[in-house]
Design a protein around this ligand. Structure first.
Ligand SMILES: *Cc1c(COP(=O)(O)O)cnc(C)c1O
Length: 228
């Protein structure tokens, strides 16, 4: 077994155990392999093991790797990094998902620029659940009008919410931040939006996120090793 195979099996078993502990279905949470800074070859190896969804943070890196891997028919590209409006066009053409929509202008541009033949672009609204000034994502109170406005854009499919909690050893704080994203999803559902995705949890805290309802965990280090 290769290193990456071992690492992926170990992450998948962490996900399965966390789902069991939470009394959730074994299908309820998928693994997004965060391949930022790792070469296309690492993605190829991981794809050969059955991994389909890959996450990238930087626009040029996603485009470069997508170009190198056009022979992998089932690959699914998730853009998870900060997105500036002058970069939306290339993302609208390349990505299957964008997790980091944090203002209406970005959502509008992605919808306008999405090529019709690619079908709807899946998006999540990124919410700053920790309130740290340096964090990307909109404020929780901005997320409600943004989600409603994004939900009616013609070429997007609003799937849910995404967050990156503050780095902390304080378990209760972490739980609280994941839970606040889930409660925001509950509120938006009560207001009529159909949301099936909470994108939350990374290498260090995926169990906590799954206990709080994560449907996609975004895992880099635990799969590919430390980034340089
Ligand atoms: C890098 C990154 C991850 C992966 O983090 P790890 O701790 O390496 O698992 C997940 N989500 C986002 C938004 C990231 O930028």
């Amino acid at each position: 077994m290769s290193e990456i195979d071992k690492a992926r099996q170990s992450v998948l078993s962490r996900i399965t155990k966390a789902l069991q502990l939470a009394g959730r279905s074994s299908e309820a949470c998928q693994l997004l392999a965060v391949s930022k800074t790792f070469p296309a070859d690492s993605i190829r190896t991981c794809y050969a093991l059955g991994q389909r969804a890959f996450g990238e943070n930087y626009v040029h890196e996603l485009v470069e790797k997508a170009t190198q891997l056009t022979d992998l028919p089932l690959i699914e590209w998730h853009f998870i990094g900060p997105l500036q409006s002058n970069k939306t066009r290339v993302i609208a053409k390349t990505a299957h998902w964008v997790h980091s929509v944090d203002r209406l202008k970005i959502a509008q541009r992605l919808s306008e620029q999405r090529p019709a033949e690619l079908g709807l672009l899946n998006i999540c609204v990124q919410v700053n659940v920790s309130g740290e000034a340096s964090k990307s994502g909109c404020l929780p109170e901005e997320a409600v009008p943004l989600a409603h406005a994004a939900a009616v854009l013609p070429n997007l499919r609003l799937r849910g919410l995404m967050c990156i909690p503050e780095p902390t050893q304080d378990q209760a704080r972490l739980v609280g931040q994941f839970a606040s994203l889930r409660m925001l999803q509950t509120q938006l559902r009560q207001e009529g939006l159909v949301l099936d995705t909470l994108s939350m949890g990374m290498s260090a805290d995926l169990e906590v996120a799954i206990a709080e309802g994560a449907n996609i965990v975004r895992v880099g280090t635990a799969l590919f090793g430390a980034r340089h």
